[in-house]
Design a binder for this molecule. Structure first.
Ligand code: CTP
Length: 402
């Protein structure tokens, strides 16, 4: 996701400096070319060699380095950057930048760059709430600098409260967002993800192999592109995506209630969830005891949430742009095209879930996309994050005509 992106990672002196190593790892894993600048204080906490080894680039520590300054190092770094991240950012660095002080390699390069700058502050809670700090942050925000707010928790100084560096994953997500065009700004997108569970009795349920990965990848991608995202999620083991409102549900009927409660304000609904088609006719209030050698559970059909949304255009409510998924093991194209028509969709994403590298519970997928106008598009084997990007490209392209 960050291939061909040059990122400067500024590391300041604080106990959270070691977490910048994890952030660096996430950035390089995504293909970014990362150049690290460390303040003198940062080097007291982590050795530059660690960052140098993991970034495969020399670490910048001195403003007046005879070798690096052959090409005026700080200016050339600042010019070439696509994004500048300062993590952890101390009260000191934020105070300096807010007041135009450039007296070391990091402050000078931040001042010289035209790239977006993302600060991830970390400090003692009293420093964080100090009006001087707050005023500096406010000033920088006003000037267009980005912030990934610290979180609350036990601080290394012994205090409890706000000031803990945001999780490296959250900073990484904000970095991706900073580099993404906001072509879904002003749009509200509802995405469903994961399986549903239909209870048989207090200890058993019917469900399926959906992990929720595709829906969560779509939620992250839509948020990065500027959309307000509501994620109606069945039970999954995944972390809540940053900046997304998650509504947790268990059964298909709970999912239907939440989708219908929010659909009126949505421009797009993407139904990536694997909804159980049937539920037990009656839920036993107590655990069913084993007795006979075989048993039967009578099932009743669940509401088809997507078909209900597709029928909205004839009712009072305007119908959002509808994207369905088709999980198939055979006759992929025929079944998907049939679902597109019968459920009155704008687009359907068809996956062959019988393949080991596509569909349920894996990080990759391959899909065929079909559209209302009869056209189609093929997405070969790719990560679910990449497929989420391609799906949203098609949504954006068609949304203006909807
Ligand atoms: N879907 C839904 N409500 C249901 C069943 C499915 O909203 N009760 C949605 C899914 O979220 C998906 C699409 O309909 O976007 C197709 O789901 P899929 O399981 O592939 O097909 P079904 O319509 O359930 O048909 P079948 O199981 O017979 O293939």
């Amino acid at each position: 996701m960050l291939r061909n992106k040059k990122i400067i990672l500024g590391v300041c002196g604080g106990i959270a400096a070691y977490k910048a190593i994890e952030l660096l790892r996430l950035l390089t894993k995504s293909g970014a070319d990362v150049h690290v600048i460390m303040t003198r204080a940062a080097q007291e906490f982590v050795a530059p060699l660690t960052f140098q080894t993991l970034s495969s680039n020399p670490v910048h520590t001195e403003l007046f380095n005879l070798i690096a300054e052959r090409e005026i190092g700080h200016i050339s770094l600042a010019d070439r950057a696509d994004l500048f991240i300062v993590a952890p950012a101390t009260a000191n660095i934020i105070g300096k930048i807010a007041n135009g002080i450039a007296d070391d390699m990091l402050t000078t390069t931040v001042m010289a760059t035209k790239a977006p700058v993302l600060f991830a502050p970390a400090m003692n809670v009293n420093m964080f709430t100090n009006p001087i700090y707050q005023e500096n942050e406010e000033k920088l925000r006003r000037l267009g600098y980005l912030f990934e707010a610290p979180i609350s928790g036990n601080l290394a100084c012994g205090w409890q409260g706000e000031g803990k560096l945001a999780a490296p994953e959250a900073i990484f997500e904000s970095a991706l967002a900073a580099l993404t065009e906001k072509d879904l700004a002003g749009r509200t997108i509802l995405i469903t993800a994961g399986p549903t569970r239909e209870e048989i009795d207090p200890v058993r349920y019917i469900s399926n192999h959906s992990s929720g990965k595709m829906g969560y990848a779509l939620a992250r991608a839509a948020r990065r592109r500027g959309a307000k995202v509501l994620l109606v999620s069945g039970p999954t083991a995944l972390d809540k995506p940053c900046g997304v409102s998650v509504i947790a549900v268990t059964s298909a009927s709970e999912m239907q209630s939440e989708v219908m409660a929010h659909v009126a304000k949505c421009d797009v609904v993407i139904k990536a969830a694997a909804v159980a088609d049937y539920r037990p006719l009656a839920r036993n209030l107590t655990k069913i005891k084993k007795s006979a050698d075989s048993t039967t559970i009578e099932l009743i059909k669940n509401p088809d949430i997507l078909a209900g949304l597709g029928a909205l255009d004839s009712g009072l409510m305007p119908r959002p742009f509808l994207v369905g998924f088709a999980a198939e093991t055979d006759a992929l194209a025929e079944n998907a095209a049939k679902k597109l028509k019968e459920k009155n969709l704008d687009m359907i994403v068809a996956n062959d879930v019988s393949q080991a590298d596509a569909g349920f519970n894996v990080d990759t997928n391959r899909a065929l996309l079909f559209f209302r106008d009869g056209s189609s598009s093929q997405c070969g084997l790719m990560s679910k994050d990449q497929l989420a990007g391609s799906i949203l490209d098609h949504v954006v392209a068609r949304l203006t005509q909807h």
